[in-house]
Design a protein around this ligand. Structure first.
Ligand code: FAD
Length: 487
């Protein structure tokens, strides 16, 4: 076994059994460590009511490499992923336009079901890598010096909450203040670990506890827009209601609708707009009017009754970006996934970046002969720069998706990028391709784009100067001819 610390087998406590925590458990389990995974919610494999943040997600190259590292890429991508080769833009006049993600190599991203992915990762962790899982265990405190962890278990989940089963479903992304959610009768559980991996999401408790220590930097930003999930059912003959090999987008400037395909031939449709706009729609007829004006084609596919039911069933959810550093506490703890770098979802990279964390951390811990502390320090030194870069890119892409994507300047830039990418595929990699279809450091993707912008400006300037030279030459010739004639 190639373990860090001269082959020492570690007792690893992973906090959070979401996508990143369960993949991380597979990685540590694969290396022969003793892995205990603690999850605040009920086991989603047994809980029909569990509701995650988004029903499906776009999986791309970084996430696929990380899944391949534990032998899951084929199982999850070939058997479950639905390829999306292009954005399909739905314009206000009802026309549609496909904008391929990679017209040169025809690469695609995959729509995968969050629940299926999470269930498969948990199954794999338990069955193939002997990971011990503990559900309904909420981490409440850590003693970083001794490696002690403290959890609470609810004594009576269903009976304790007045709002019944839905409470459990709705509280997944924000565990909230202790006193609200955890009744007096709750059990207190103690555990011990050599290494604590915080994969407990955007509202991470591990991160909160780390932030009490000196020299921990942290910032968070909510955007003014939220989201709400709707759906398009399969057609009567059980087919997709729209062409399935696309990520459909209805860009409308200050808001947008997107749709990703599901295995059962339905579509998950997400409406992104400002919280204020969500709040302003309080009645069915207002909602229908809004859709008739802005998304008439989508309304036909969703159906009026379904739209009204889905729209008013839940409140819109918030979107948050989190940056922090360092990611480790000595050799004792490290944070990964949304716990370290939650981002707005517009580059489709949150999960992919979290999966990449698992891959990179495993590499540093096991392939470079580093001590545990040095490996965690190295992760903490390199990863935040790249995580901050993708958080920024995701913010930028929000404007691109809902607004710029429909503009002719965007489409011309895409064409120019494609032309240069075709002529020099190893030298001119467009930004979207480097983020989505490569393993290039996210910060390098940004600096690359800055260089490309500079190069394009120079080319345009050269073309303009060249053009001006021709104009002057023609003008001089005309003048000379004119004067010659006159003389
Ligand atoms: P989470 O999925 O939040 O999991 C954290 C887990 O920790 C949860 O199960 C939680 O119950 C548990 N937990 C929390 N606190 C405690 C505690 N105190 N004790 C024990 N357990 C605890 N990413 C993409 O790559 N592609 C996409 O297309 C994409 N689309 C998205 C669309 C939307 C609308 C949103 C909101 C996000 C999207 N993302 C996408 C981002 C992606 O969902 C996240 O990056 C990903 O879920 C992060 O996984 P995680 O395991 O780090 O965190």
């Amino acid at each position: 076994m190639e373990n860090t610390e001269n082959g020492k087998k570690l007792r690893v406590a992973i906090i959070g059994g979401g996508l990143v925590g369960s993949l991380s458990a597979c990685y540590f389990g694969k290396r022969g460590h003793e892995v205990h995974l603690y999850e605040y919610r009920k086991d989603i494999r047994k809980d029909e009511l569990a509701r995650g943040r988004s029903i499906n997600l776009a999986l791309s190259t970084r996430g696929r490499r990380a899944l391949a590292g534990v032998g899951l890429e084929d199982k999850l991508v070939s058997h479950h992923g639905l390829p999306m080769y292009a954005r399909m833009l739905h314009m206000t006049d009802g026309s549609t336009r496909a904008v391929p993600y990679d017209p040169v190599n025809n690469q695609c991203i995959y729509s995968v079901g969050r629940r299926h992915l999470n269930q498969s990762l948990l199954d794999e962790a338990e069955d193939s890598y002997n990971v011990q899982t503990y559900f309904e265990h909420k981490l409440i405190n850590i003693d970083f010096e001794d490696g002690k962890l403290y959890f609470r278990r609810p004594a009576c989940i269903r009976n304790c909450y007045p709002s019944g089963p839905d409470y459990w479903a709705l509280s997944t992304s924000y565990p909230g203040p202790e006193q609200t959610y955890w009744p007096d009768k709750a059990e207190l559980i103690e555990a011990q670990a050599d290494l604590i991996v915080g994969a407990d999401g955007a509202f991470s408790t591990v991160r909160r506890l780390m932030s009490r220590r000196p020299l921990f930097n942290y910032s968070q930003q909510y955007i003014e827009h939220g989201y709400l999930e709707l759906s398009i059912p399969p057609t009567e003959d059980n087919q997709f209601a729209m062409e399935s090999e696309y990520l459909h987008i209805w860009p409308r400037g200050s808001f947008m609708l997107i749709a990703l395909p599901n295995q059962d031939k339905s579509w998950t449709v997400t409406l992104f707009m400002s919280h204020q706009q969500f709040k302003s729609i309080t009645k069915s007829d207002q909602l229908l009017e809004f859709f008739k004006t802005n998304f008439p084609d989508a309304l036909k596919l969703i159906g009026e009754d379904r739209l009204v039911k889905d729209f008013f069933q839940y409140d819109s959810s918030s979107l948050l970006s989190v940056k922090c550093s360092p990611y480790n506490v000595g050799s004792r703890a490290v944070i990964i996934g949304d716990a370290a770098h939650a981002m707005v979802p517009f580059y489709g990279q949150g999960m992919n970046a979290g999966f990449e964390d698992c891959y990179l951390l495993d590499d540093l811990l096991h392939n470079h002969g580093l001590s545990l502390e040095d490996a965690l320090e190295a992760f903490s030194k390199t990863r935040p720069i790249n995580a901050h870069a993708i958080c920024d890119l995701a913010m930028y892409n929000y404007v691109e998706m809902r607004d710029l994507v429909a503009r002719s300047t965007f489409l011309w830039r895409k064409k120019l990028d494609t032309l240069l990418y075709t002529l020099a595929p190893s030298k001119w990699i467009p930004l979207y391709n480097s983020v989505t279809f490569s393993h290039m450091d996210y910060s390098k993707c940004i600096s690359n784009r800055a260089m490309q912008d500079k190069a394009l400006k120079r080319m345009l300037l050269a073309a303009a100067v060249g053009g001006l030279g021709i104009v002057i030459a023609v003008w001089q010739k005309t003048i000379r001819t004119y004067l010659g004639r006159k003389l």
